[in-house]
Ligand binder design. Structure first.
Ligand code: SF4
Length: 389
């Protein structure tokens, strides 16, 4: 298998996965386990070993961004966090980029925040989901709206200002009024970044099971679209500009780490079930914790799947990912990466999508229209090269 670095500077970001949670939410299909009885310390050692092996085998000269996600990173104790973050900072060539940790409201303590500050964490992303306590209970979250306010107060006290919250809409039983109230309360916090995702029913979740058995009803598509539309309006009015289908920020506070994904740049995926993208190689790690730990004990990377992307696959990914950004796919960057113009491959499709008012073509870029934002997947699939035939 040939591995080719895409660029000479080897700027590689890193995602580090903590698969432990203190409770399991009914809608969640992430790679996670209930923390009790899990080999957490051993897992942290394994993460550091994996980071070390990746550095040896696919060296980076710099990490543009670091992102510790989950699962629930804040389910670790302050001591465990100290060991993990301290170890990462020793191994990874990270200097002054964006360093995010995901947090659950209610799990953050002054001790944990001190540890994060100490190792240069400069961004927090919090899974709030909704401010409606009744709905929080219904979706299996353990925190309440009051926990969110307390956590935000603690973050202010500790001088963390680059904070993002995640919200979910189209939840079962969620009315438009409840959703409007959540958006209003979220914006009242005055944070620089908000992510809003519609609930996606995933296989093997409690929710899917309940919907199949008719025990749970989700809002219809019309209501979901209305919630999305109102989100865009409220966020824009408050100066949080939509820079990606589901993400809104005060200019200058866009998630640099997520932009790595949408710009189709390189990152290590470290941890159980994590995926990485290095040069033309996409890989995925073993998901179950014991399967992940085993190869690392023998100083082997815990990779279960590897794919060397063809040029065609790289071009398709560039389009799917890039079009998620409101700034779209930049023509010049595309040319630099693939040594051919967008028009050479896609002009006919582009003209059709522009005529259908789903895309805008400017001299510099290709972007989704407002209508295109609501039909993202229909647009993205047009960029499969076979379809262009
Ligand atoms: S949604 Fe987050 S906190 Fe809930 S089970 Fe999934 S990973 Fe854990």
């Amino acid at each position: 298998m040939t591995y080719v670095h895409k660029s000479n500077n080897n700027d590689i970001s890193a995602y580090i996965h903590i698969p432990f949670c203190e409770h399991i939410c009914y809608y969640c299909d992430f790679n996670k386990v209930f923390i009790e009885g899990q080999p957490v310390d051993e897992y942290i050692e394994a993460l550091l070993k994996e980071a070390q092996l990746l550095q040896e085998q696919y060296p980076a000269t710099n990490n543009k961004t670091l992102y510790v996600g989950g699962g629930t990173p804040t389910s670790l104790s302050a001591l465990q966090l100290d060991h993990l973050l301290g170890g990462l900072r020793e191994i990874m060539p990270f200097t002054d980029g964006e360093f995010t940790v995901e947090a659950n409201p209610g799990d953050l303590t002054a001790d944990k925040l001190n540890v994060m500050k100490n190792y240069g964490v400069n961004r927090l992303s919090m899974g709030v989901q909704t401010f409606d306590n009744r709905l929080l209970k219904k979706i299996g979250r353990k925190h309440t709206a009051e926990d969110v306010y307390q956590t935000i107060a603690l973050l202010e006290e500790k001088d963390f200002s680059n904070v993002s919250i995640d919200l979910i809409y189209a939840l079962p039983g969620q009315s438009l009024e409840s959703f409007r109230d959540t958006v209003k309360r979220a914006l009242e916090l005055g944070l620089p970044h908000y992510s809003l995702y519609s609930l996606i029913l995933e296989n093997k979740t409690m929710f899917m099971n309940w919907v199949r058995r008719g025990k749970l009803q989700l809002p219809d598509q019309e209501l979901e679209a209305q919630m999305f539309l109102e989100t865009i309006e409220a966020m824009t009015k408050a100066g949080r500009l939509q820079y990606e289908v589901s993400n809104f920020a005060t200019p200058g506070f866009e998630s640099q780490h997520n932009l790595i994904y949408w710009n189709n740049e390189n990152y290590y995926g470290i941890g159980a079930g994590a995926s990485g993208y290095l040069g033309n190689l996409r890989y995925k790690n073993h998901g179950p914790i014991q399967h992940y730990l085993k190869p690392l004990k023998e100083k082997q990377l815990p990779i279960i799947e590897e794919e060397i992307l063809t040029r065609k696959a790289q071009i398709e990914e560039e389009m799917f990912l890039g079009l998620r950004k409101l700034s779209g796919v930049e023509k010049q960057k595309f040319y630099q990466k693939f040594n051919c113009s967008l028009g050479e491959i896609y002009q006919e499709k582009i003209d059709q999508l522009v005529a259908d008012e789903l895309l805008i073509e400017t001299p510099k870029a290709l972007q989704l229209t407002q209508k295109g934002l609501f039909r993202g997947n229909d647009v993205f699939e047009q960029f499969l090269i076979e379809k262009n035939g």
